[in-house]
Design a protein around this ligand. Structure first.
Ligand code: NAP
Length: 263
């Protein structure tokens, strides 16, 4: 696509910012939003990863990159101010996240704070940065990528589970607060999805137990009634649907994309 050119679609004229958009689920969401006509900004810590993703996505639509750590409120404010020069952020996808596992008594204060600061406070900082523009326009979509770990407990990920439950609580409260303002707030809750995050989890299980990679992978898919990993594109499909103009009655929901693991 030429600079300034947008693929026509139901999200034409909308500017979407996807945190953690350089790889994994975030990159799939960015592509799906571009395919619906949105202009997309990618935000992440690693500039090279972002630039590589932007080069790949350039054939689909107009992409710009902003480097920031979502846990750093000043960096987030600066990145959103720069992104706003492309136009108001109409759609915010809070996708950046990390999942480190440890038994509870080995979850030290540093790991606890890291999980909360990236997964929960990052969502807080980015939403605070994007919301004024949405309120001014009287239209907006906030989609928080939580997890099935935001809807139920899993052993050995207490800090991650607490953070993702927090993301869903934030989603529900803010959805009510903004219900008459034209802005919807929803969460999408993937089960184990085929990305670097799951590859790292498999490597971790192999390292800490006697299991081989196939056994470790089977352990992760065992809880999914479809006995498989979710594809990033399947998560992206749910996100895009929530962003469409006709989804304006979808508000405060936490939608599991997990093959029936949670119901
Ligand atoms: P991933 O492949 O590990 O990618 C994580 C993304 O988040 C990367 O783009 C990374 O970019 C970015 N990121 C991490 N920490 C960041 C920070 N402090 N500031 C800014 N960006 C940061 O993970 P994924 O599987 O795509 O996960 C995406 C989201 O889905 C996460 O919120 C995760 O919790 C959630 N989720 C994943 C699964 C799964 O099984 N994969 C299941 C349920 C929920 P940089 O490294 O460049 O910063």
């Amino acid at each position: 696509m030429m600079p300034g050119e947008h693929k026509p679609g139901p999200l034409s004229g909308k500017h979407a910012l996807v945190t953690g958009g350089g790889r994994g689920i975030g990159a799939a969401i960015a592509r799906a939003l571009l395919e619906q006509g949105a202009a997309v900004s990618l935000l992440g810590r690693n500039r090279q990863t972002l630039d590589a993703a932007a080069r790949e996505l350039a054939a689909v639509g107009e992409v710009a990159c902003f480097a920031a750590d979502v846990a750093d409120s000043d960096a987030v404010a600066a990145a959103f101010a720069a992104a706003a020069r492309r136009g108001t952020v109409d759609i915010l996808v809070n996708n950046a996240g990390q999942a480190h596992s440890a038994p509870f008594l080995k979850t030290d204060a540093q790991l606890w704070r890291e999980m909360l600061s990236v997964n929960l406070e990052g969502t807080f900082h980015c939403t605070r940065a994007a919301l004024p523009g949405m309120l001014e326009k009287g239209w907006g979509r906030v989609v928080n990528i939580a997890s099935t770990a935001g809807l139920t407990g899993y052993a050995y990920v207490s800090a991650y589970c607490a953070a993702k439950h927090g993301v869903i609580g934030l989603t529900r409260a803010l959805a009510l607060e903004l219900a008459t303002k034209g802005v919807t707030v929803n969460a999408v809750c993937p089960g184990y999805t085929d990305t670097d995050m799951v590859r790292e989890t498999v490597a971790n299980i192999v390292q800490k137990t006697a299991r081989n990679p196939e056994q470790a992978r089977a352990e992760l898919t065992a809880g999914n009634p479809q006995k498989r990993l979710i594809a990033p594109e399947e998560v992206a499909g749910a996100v895009v649907w929530l962003c469409l103009p006709q989804s304006s009655a979808m508000n405060g929901q936490a939608i599991a994309v997990a093959g029936g693991e949670i119901m």
